[in-house]
Write a protein that binds this ligand. Structure first.
Ligand SMILES: [Zn+2]
Length: 226
């Protein structure tokens, strides 16, 4: 059985960036896992806040039919203060246990946590040791952060892999609505409307109704793995 792992910096990034792919992969016989490193809340994280975050994420993952959800519960915006070798080894252990064929990681966008998790992910998915059999490593497009980068000064997201999510976009949009604590009426990137708009735009670039786009940073096989 093929396996898909999504490394998500925060709860909701996996929905925004790879929600359609997660459902599609599951439909196509994959086993799916989401590793969420942070919570949605900065310090201090109270027990109540943590419970809200985990409850919302569990509901979203149920809609996406995720097989396994793992949470490291690191407070948001504290990655630069974490013990990086220790964190790298914890992520490596998750890869070693799950043995994924595809690993989806964040794009190094404006969000400081996304940049650090991108770096960590690139380290742990080097094609050797526990990661030697990974077929594809690809960055996901997380609109709430990717679009705040400085054009041309910072890396811009240009997809080179577009997945047809016409059959799974409904679940993606529904899953996002479970993240009630992060949805904002004033921030339009995190909305059902934006999910449809972006997927429609990405789809139009490659003659699909709705697409979810990725940037492949490493690929071992040219076979259509999905
Ligand atoms: Zn994030």
């Amino acid at each position: 059985m093929k396996k898909l792992l999504v490394i998500s910096p925060h709860p909701d990034d996996e929905v925004l960036g790879a929600g359609g792919l997660l459902v599609k992969a599951k439909k196509n016989g994959f086993k799916t896992k989401v590793l969420t490193l942070s919570t949605n809340f900065p310090e201090p994280i109270t027990k109540e806040r943590l419970e809200i975050s985990l409850k919302e994420s569990t509901k979203a993952h149920r809609i996406l039919k995720v097989d396994k959800s793992v949470y490291f519960n690191i407070p948001t915006l504290t990655f630069s203060r974490q013990n990086i070798p220790n964190l790298t080894s914890r992520i490596s252990k998750e890869i070693s246990n799950f043995k994924p064929d595809i690993v989806i990681i964040p794009f190094p966008d404006r969000h400081q946590d996304h940049k650090i998790v991108f770096d960590l992910s690139m380290t742990v998915t080097r094609p050797k040791g526990v990661s030697k059999n990974i077929k594809i490593v690809a960055c996901m497009e997380i609109p709430s952060a990717t679009y705040y980068s400085a054009p041309s000064v910072e890396p811009n997201f240009y997809p080179n892999w577009n997945i047809d999510i016409s059959g799974t976009i409904k679940q993606k949009a529904k899953a996002l609505t479970e993240y009630r604590s992060t949805l904002s009426k004033t921030e339009s990137a995190r909305s059902t409307k934006s999910i449809y708009s972006l997927a429609s735009f990405r789809g139009s670039q490659v003659n699909l109704n709705y697409a979810e786009s990725f940037y492949i940073v490493r690929m071992q096989s040219k076979k259509n793995i999905l």
